[in-house]
Design a protein around this ligand. Structure first.
Ligand code: NAP
Length: 305
């Protein structure tokens, strides 16, 4: 049963997931809305998988600008959109919805958010790196794998505990990409790591405070943990203890939110207020502002003519 009665009357944006109470998106987006003096709020709504269609029907009758989708709705929502942008269509996953007069337009900002966060952390173009994705068979891992194949990284290892999940994905991606794509289980990690520059953890390991079993990580590696936690994740801590340059996924969450905001409003998002609110809500120290922050906003083609 979907109940919209809990949503405040001034909510025009929201995040939908199950569970969703832990989401940091409301803190981040409400800081942006306040900063720009916009007179409405970003809320959250728990929707069980079996209620997704009914929820979208109800939401389409409300005066909403749009919404974000989180676990477990990103893949299933694709077929409920009236129109998909090219990235969402290629990735087969939607995390940002624009609502216009009852019609739903689906976008995906997770992959670009990952790219900006990786490049900001390690100061190297993502497309130039040899990459291993741990958990490439999960939702976030598959999205990352499709994106990395689309930007043609030279070497892409798809690693998954249930190896059958990445076998078909690797075959699909190999046919449309010049990347060398190899799938494997966790037992070959040291051999895999010997061949890559960047290791992305896209598993749920770390959500319970425990670390990933990442044998073979070396000081020359870059380690990006999509998971984030109030302190550093155990996996980041372990990677750093091996001398690797390691960061967690909070900046990815920030940039997927920044990009979503820019899609909704067609203008640059206030990145620093969003970053400050997000890191505070996560119980983290706000990182120092870097002069080299990436420009995220691109004018839509129609308005640049
Ligand atoms: P998911 O679809 O449930 O996938 C989970 C993945 O983790 C699967 O590949 C699963 O392997 C693997 N896994 C779970 N437990 C494992 C274990 N003990 N050993 C080895 N592999 C294990 O989840 P998801 O939606 O992809 O999310 C994955 C993570 O990414 C979550 O922590 C999520 O918070 C994070 N994420 C972060 C952002 C961000 O903005 N930073 C965005 C999206 C997702 P099997 O296939 O074998 O089960």
């Amino acid at each position: 049963m979907v109940d919209l009665n809990g949503l405040l009357a001034d909510v025009r944006l929201l995040v939908i997931g199950d569970p969703v109470a832990h989401s940091l998106s409301p803190a981040m987006h409400n800081a942006a809305l306040r900063h720009l003096g916009m007179p409405f709020q970003y809320g959250s709504l728990r929707v069980a998988p079996e209620d997704l269609v009914a929820a979208f029907e109800l939401l389409r009758s409300r005066e909403l600008i749009g919404w974000n989708l989180t676990l477990p709705h990103k893949l299933e929502s694709v077929r409920l959109m009236h129109c998909l942008d090219e990235i969402a269509e290629n990735l087969g996953a939607v995390n940002t919805v624009v609502h216009r007069s009852g019609k739903l337009f689906g976008f995906n900002t997770d992959a670009k958010g990952l790219e900006i966060a990786v490049e900001e952390a390690f100061n190297r173009p993502l497309g130039s790196m040899r990459v291993a994705i741990l958990g490439a068979g999960g939702g976030a891992g598959q999205t990352a794998a499709r994106y990395l194949a689309s930007i043609r990284v030279p070497l892409l290892y798809l690693v998954n505990r249930t190896v059958e999940k990445v076998e078909k994905l690797a075959k699909d991606l190999s046919s449309g990409s010049s990347s060398q794509i190899i799938w494997t289980g966790w037992d070959r990690l040291p051999e895999v790591f010997a061949e890559v520059d960047l290791i992305i953890n896209a598993t749920t390991i770390g959500l319970d405070g425990k670390g990933a079993d990442i044998k073979g990580i070396e000081a020359r590696h870059l380690f990006f943990d999509m998971v984030y936690a109030p302190g550093e994740t155990e996996s980041v801590r372990f990677a750093r203890s091996q001398g690797a340059n390691a960061v967690d996924g909070l900046a990815m969450l920030l940039y997927q939110g920044v990009l979503a905001f820019e899609i909704w409003f067609g203008k640059p998002a206030p990145i620093e207020p969003m970053r400050n609110a997000l890191y505070r809500a996560a119980g983290r120290k706000v990182p120092e502002s870097k002069a080299s922050r990436r420009q995220t906003f691109r004018k839509p083609e129609s308005s640049s003519q």
